[in-house]
Design a protein around this ligand. Structure first.
Ligand code: ADP
Length: 183
């Protein structure tokens, strides 16, 4: 059974390894359990399909998000909640997503650079620091941290469960998902 709710776009931005996918997967469990109609769009997955022809230059990064925006626009205006996890390092590009989708929320998945380098989930930072990966966000390419995000989680200070709870409460308080009564 699905629950009636408006479409929305929960846009996770943050450095590679900050925890976007991890939190999106945890959130997915909660949304499923509540019968929320949603779709998860993940940077790594999209880059293997919809945008596999694109690289990491500023222009290709813009095109990558432009295509995802088109998908999120169609879904969000048809009552689907989109959980989008993309590094999306440029504020102007994130603002463009906001302007073109329904009920957009910018979620900053924040972890300091030294934390993500220490995690180095995919071994990419080691290579980027060694100069083997050009245009690597945080090392050889900029990351413009959101100046005024709708939601801000700190994955170096919170557990996955704590960050997820903050996000769920933000979705509830805006009426994007129904509040579950404990009584
Ligand atoms: P991203 O999608 O932002 O590139 P991932 O979710 O793939 O990041 O990787 C984040 C890594 O950090 C995972 O290995 C995860 O287990 C770990 N991690 C440690 N603490 C946290 C936390 N509090 N929140 C999210 N991820 C965390």
């Amino acid at each position: 059974m699905t629950t009636e709710h408006p479409g929305f776009v929960l846009w996770m931005t943050g450095l590679s390894g900050a925890g976007k996918t991890t939190i999106a997967l945890e959130l997915e469990k909660h949304l499923k359990a509540r019968g929320i109609k949603f779709e998860r769009l993940d940077g790594d997955v999209v880059r293997e399909s919809l945008t596999r022809d694109l690289g990491f230059s500023a222009e290709d990064r813009r095109k990558n998000i432009e295509r995802v925006t088109f998908v999120a626009k169609l879904l969000s205006r048809n009552g689907v909640g989109c959980v989008c996890s993309f590094i999306s390092p440029y504020q102007s590009v994130r603002d463009h997503v906001r302007e073109n989708t329904t009920n957009f929320l910018e979620l900053f998945v924040d972890a300091p650079l030294d934390t993500v380098i220490a995690r180095d989930v995919k071994g990419m930072y080691k290579k980027a620091i060694a100069g083997e990966i050009p245009n690597f966000t945080g090392i050889s390419d900029p990351f413009e941290a959101p100046a005024n995000p709708d939601i801000h989680v700190r994955t170096d200070q919170q557990t996955v469960a704590e960050s997820t709870q903050i996000i769920i409460e933000a979705l509830e308080s805006r009426g994007f998902i129904p509040v579950i009564s404990n009584q």
